[in-house]
Design a protein around this ligand. Sequence first.
Ligand SMILES: Nc1ncnc2c1ncn2[C@@H]1O[C@H](COP(=O)(O)OP(=O)(O)OP(=O)(O)O)[C@@H](O)[C@H]1O
Ligand SMILES: [Mg+2]
Length: 304
Amino acid sequence: MLVGLCSVKGSPGVTTTAVALAARWPGVDSILIEADPAGGDLAARFGLSSTPGLVSLAAAARRSHDPALLAEHSQALPGELRVVLGPLGAERAGAALEVLGARGLGLLRAVATDPESVVLVDAGRVDPTSPVVPLLRGADALLVLTRPQAEDLSHAATLLTVIPTWSRHPGLVLVGPGYPRAEVERELGIPVVATLPHDPRGANVLCGRSGGRGPRRSALGHAAARLANQIHTLLDPQVGSDTDQKIRTMTLGTESSAEPDYSPAATPAGLPAQRAPGIATGDTAIPGITTARHSSVGNGAVHR
Ligand SMILES: Nc1ncnc2c1ncn2[C@@H]1O[C@H](COP(=O)(O)OP(=O)(O)OP(=O)(O)O)[C@@H](O)[C@H]1O
Ligand SMILES: [Mg+2]
């Protein structure tokens, strides 16, 4: 299976979450492709050279579609996590992605259709003109990460009309405190697949910094494991025929999820649910959100 992760703006934790998912994916070999058009972070974070990596993979994909290329151009992070490292710099990353978008998708899909593997694609910040879009179009599921704050959600909303045309299973992942998931789902009209905790110490380890629990023991690692299980169950071709129909009709959303809601409203020890000034409790609008669902309202923006 091929799973894309992206954001629209800010740095909500796409790369960190991609590493956590790769580390906690259940039962199969995972490989992470750092396909951020702005360039990669993981080589610097883990003190590695970015070669072999995305650039060398793109060069090889010009000549061959052998699925073994993906592993050949990967390197190991601590814990033997396989990663195709992105280069430093948008120019080199963009050029490599242009080639992979045109010639590498077959190769990625060949690995992704192996029931024993999952390919995770860190697509960085995405817009419809991004060179990584062809890879996301091949994804079985696409996770859009955002912080559940008004400005982040309003940026994420700009992508929501287009991502269902890229992937059969698009969904939002909310990172850290902010608006509750139910409210976000209602306003944006797209399933919230998961909420991930604000866990700086857990994130530090996943970013190659010391001083925290690894993904097997951190709150972020546990949440990533639940998310990985959820997607794996949804997409696993080995799932029996009884549940097959249910899964086909299921969206990647809360109905298949058992993970706790980390939003403050659902966290007894957390802060009160965040609401914008002047918005009465029960009024569900998140200021600045413009989605297709709301496009008939005035100029499309909702400011209640
Ligand atoms: N769940 C989390 N809780 C706390 N801190 C986090 C979490 N996820 C990521 N971080 C921290 O946020 C910072 C940015 O993370 P990361 O590089 O993964 O974001 P990104 O979305 O990939 O950013 P960019 O778009 O710049 O590539 C890092 O310092 C990381 O440690
Ligand atoms: Mg990143």
